[in-house]
Design a protein around this ligand. Structure first.
Ligand code: CP3
Length: 365
């Protein structure tokens, strides 16, 4: 390998994952997977037997262990810190719990301006346990791996729309009626809610970056519930502000949502470095929609992980072909791994990406 090129591909303290986020050349496509630490994995279930989801999130050495185990078992290029989107609700004064089989439940959903006004923004420090877990993951992965690359560490938070929707609906929703009612009402409640969320999220992201997160991913999981006009009129400004304030911390930002085919060009307007594509859109079409000046992450259908090996291999190759070794592709799923997914198939995907995306031309002297 040409030495200058080798140094360029593996600069100290960098990783092919971070490089791809910045659309720099890489020796092969980096890969990690949404929900890579989760209920499909026996090692996670063994920890879950003794601890609740929130206990795991709030205990740095356990959160770090779960994060590290998943990344090492799969052989991925980045580790996403084990946490949950809704953790910031607690210091904002909103109680919630995870009910088995039902997902998150907020006991007193936000419906009025008075309730929005009562939300606190001065206690983001209480979320510091996530930063402590990131420090432990960073210490574990400090040394370069056998291939010379350093594992990327991903911190994350929710986007204002998706978090507001959980606060307002009280849990998952089909039609987002209460959220949209508050959004359309035209009074101070909606903008104030997004502003308060942003203020906590920026502080929370800053803690994560200071602790060693290389990249922050913003999950706008339910943005696909919005028309382009509603996204533009009610969410774009707040989301752009969040993206820009996190970028100003000095890290690349990945912005991900589901069911977003029609929203992609507008999501790109936030200025995120990377747009996460869901699995419904062909990768090249999604990339065209966000434009060439932006990296993309995705986008295998997570349910393909239940398919026979030949189908799985063909789908991975298809995505790599659509990406065509262009700088700025991070391989991922188009949404999270679901419970019951065979672990061997998850590992297979990672291995296929490594095998079929190596850039023979660029790395040879
Ligand atoms: O490796 C990882 O990705 C794990 C870390 C992680 C969790 N939640 C842990 C978790 C991440 C990145 C999240 C983000 C998150 N949380 C999102 C955005 C991602 C997405 O899927 O779009 C959302 C919407 C949430 C809110 C949330 N948390 C829901 C809706 C649920 C229930 C989902 C279900 O399938 O039951 C959770 C629970 C949750 N968070 C689990 C995990 C591993 C599973 C429940 C458990 O372990 O008891």
């Amino acid at each position: 390998m040409n030495e200058t090129l080798a140094a360029d591909l593996h600069p100290q303290g960098s990783s092919r994952f971070v490089r791809a986020c910045l659309r720099r050349p890489v020796d092969r496509t980096p890969v990690w997977l949404l929900r890579q630490a989760g209920r499909y994995m026996p090692e996670y279930m063994a920890v879950r037997k003794h601890h609740s989801l929130l206990d795991i999130c709030r205990t740095p050495h356990i959160a770090a262990e779960v994060t590290i185990t998943a990344a090492e078992r799969l052989g991925v290029d980045a580790a996403i810190i084990f946490a949950d989107l809704l953790l910031p609700f607690t210091p904002m004064g909103l109680d919630f719990e995870f009910v088995n089989g039902e997902g998150p439940v907020v006991h007193h959903p936000i419906r009025t301006l008075e309730q929005v006004e009562a939300l606190r923004t001065d206690r983001a420090d209480e979320l510091i346990y996530v930063a402590r877990a990131i420090e432990k993951v960073g210490a574990h992965f400090a040394a370069p791996r056998a291939d010379g690359d350093t594992l990327g560490i991903i911190g994350f938070c929710g986007a204002p729309f998706t978090l507001a929707s959980y606060m307002i609906e009280g849990g998952s929703s089909r039609n987002y009626v209460e959220t949209k009612k508050l959004m359309y009402a035209g009074d101070k409640a909606w903008p104030l809610l997004l502003e308060k969320l942003n203020s906590v999220l920026v502080a929370y992201a800053a803690q994560q970056v200071e602790a060693g997160a290389d990249v922050i991913q913003i999950f706008d999981s339910w943005a696909g519930a919005l028309s382009v006009s509603d996204y533009r009129d009610y969410c774009l400004d707040a989301t752009t502000e969040l993206v820009q304030r996190i970028k100003a911390l000095g890290v690349p930002v990945i912005y991900f949502g589901v069911d977003t085919a029609s929203l992609l060009p507008t999501m790109r307007d936030t200025g995120a470095d990377v747009i996460g594509l869901d699995w419904r859109i062909p990768l090249d079409e999604g990339w065209r929609a966000v434009g060439p000046g932006c990296a993309v992450q995705g986008n295998l259908d997570p349910i393909t992980l239940f398919a026979p090996e030949d189908v799985l291999e063909a789908r991975v190759k298809e995505i790599l072909t659509l990406a065509a070794n262009r700088d700025g592709h991070i391989f991922n799923l188009g949404h999270g791994i679901v419970p019951g997914t065979p672990v061997d198939n998850v590992i297979r995907v990672v291995d296929y990406v490594k095998k079929y995306s190596t850039r023979n031309v660029e790395v040879k002297a």
